[in-house]
Design a protein around this ligand. Structure first.
Ligand code: PRP
Length: 176
């Protein structure tokens, strides 16, 4: 707890830049979905703050639903798989936009995409606040990217360290 309290961190993306990023993404989504009836699927926990700010600026009639991903290790060599839990919206035939805080290796999103595509959605796009292109191990498209970053450890604005710091209104880089 003491280490957590005295965490050495410096600002990485301030509130103003976050706000600009979110507004830019919302404008694109409003334009792309103006004649549609999308469902936004928010991936908890990390995306809660980004999703709240983004969705406040969405003008098209839409539904919002929340899911979690539960990790478990499969028997096969595939290692850790993330199972979708908590989906209570019928997505068949819908235009779905996943809202996530970060795509790092991309494996979490790859697994989620597969599970949502299997539900026979009409279309599926991804909106992500932070993307690490150098860590990305997959090859699916990510249509809405807030910011590309290298590999800092970040906290705040939904990003946590052991569950702490998610509430900070800006994003901080943790220093050694
Ligand atoms: C984070 C993030 C993504 C995943 C990205 O989730 O929210 O779901 O890691 O990593 P990947 O691209 O390498 O798969 P985390 O498990 O930290 O949960 P949280 O959202 O509750 O913080």
């Amino acid at each position: 707890m003491e280490n957590i309290k005295s965490l050495n961190k410096e600002i990485f993306v301030d509130s103003e830049e976050i706000s600009q990023i979110v507004t830019r993404l919302a404008e694109r989504i409003n334009n792309d979905y103006k004649d549609k009836d999308p469902v936004f699927v928010v991936v908890l926990n990390g995306a809660f703050m980004f999703a709240a700010d983004l969705l406040k600026q969405i003008k098209v009639l839409s539904k919002i639903t929340f899911i979690k991903l539960a990790s478990y290790t499969s028997d096969k060599s595939s290692g850790t798989v993330k199972q979708l839990i908590g989906l209570n919206e019928n997505l068949k035939g819908k235009d779905v936009v996943i809202i996530e805080d970060i795509v790092d290796t991309g494996l979490t999103m790859q697994s989620l995409r597969k599970q949502l595509l299997a539900l026979d959605v009409n279309s599926l796009e991804i909106a992500v606040l932070m993307f690490k292109p150098h860590k990305f191990q997959c090859n699916y498209p990510i249509k809405y990217i807030g910011k590309e970053i290298e590999d800092p450890f970040i906290v705040g604005y939904g990003f946590d360290l052991d569950g702490y710091y998610r509430n900070l209104p800006a994003i901080y880089q943790v220093k050694e």
